[in-house]
Design a protein. Structure first.
Length: 240
């Protein structure tokens, strides 16, 4: 019963991850969360004792695989092809995102939909004239009428444990002292947006599978409870 209960908890956590992925299936640049399973072994465990080893979700991990690039035709819509993140100035430090659905603020600064300024590689604010055409090269260089305005700061992390999800489709460095490197392999594509890498059909199939596993584990707990009840009743009969 304890093993089945542990499995139920792991399935509930998996269901929460899947539900969040499904909710963000239309969120631009969203990266799906996946579960990573491990085994918990109690202190009382003997050598290879299966009764004290239980399944748990050790930690979720983020799937950074490339999403489909969708053409929008908007010159301020940007997508990254390859590894890397756009760098923006959050309320408490730099944040990183794959969602390049940018716009111009009232002052002409390039910002995200949440109003966070997009960082340039040299730290100078990216101020653009909305009445003039905007050209953005594959390396992130922004120009208007042949004049270079600045260059987007594309960042990347060396390890998957170096960054964590911040919320609202942003990432942040896992530690304050951790500085990401330059995204050398990323190419900026203007007039496109990266779609979520959450597969709708795949998520639906996994949801059904998790629910079936949950029902089986519930039945196992119920059977264990019935066996305990019957054992108590039989012992009582023998005693009388």
């Amino acid at each position: 019963m304890a093993m089945a209960a542990s499995g139920l908890r792991a399935r509930m956590e998996s269901l929460e991850l899947l539900a969040n992925n499904v909710a963000n299936v239309s969120t631009g640049g969203y990266k799906a969360d996946r579960e990573f399973y491990s085994l918990y072994t109690g202190e009382e465990a003997q050598d290879s004792d299966p009764l004290t080893t239980m399944p748990v979700i050790e930690r979720p991990w983020t799937d950074l695989s490339q999403g489909l690039l969708e053409v929008t035709g908007n010159p301020l819509d940007l997508a990254l092809s390859g590894a890397g993140f756009f760098t923006v100035e959050g309320p408490q430090g730099n944040l990183y995102t794959r969602n390049g659905n940018f716009r111009l603020s009232a002052s002409g600064r390039l910002v995200t939909r949440d109003g966070y300024p997009v960082r340039a590689s040299n730290g100078v604010p990216l101020n653009l004239d909305g009445s003039r055409s905007i050209a953005i090269a594959a390396d992130g260089t922004i120009s208007q009428d042949g004049q270079t305005i600045g260059k987007l700061q594309i960042s990347d992390f060396t390890g998957s444990g170096d960054f964590v999800k911040q919320g609202s489709n942003y990432f942040r460095a896992a530690r304050p002292d951790l500085q990401p490197g330059a995204g050398q392999g990323a190419s900026v594509e203007q007039g496109k947006l990266e779609a979520s890498n959450t597969g709708t059909a795949e998520s639906a199939v996994r949801l059904v599978s998790v629910m079936r596993q949950f029902e089986m584990l519930q039945k196992a707990v119920s059977l264990g409870d019935d066996m305990d009840r019957q054992a108590i009743e039989q012992i009582a009969k023998v005693g009388t």
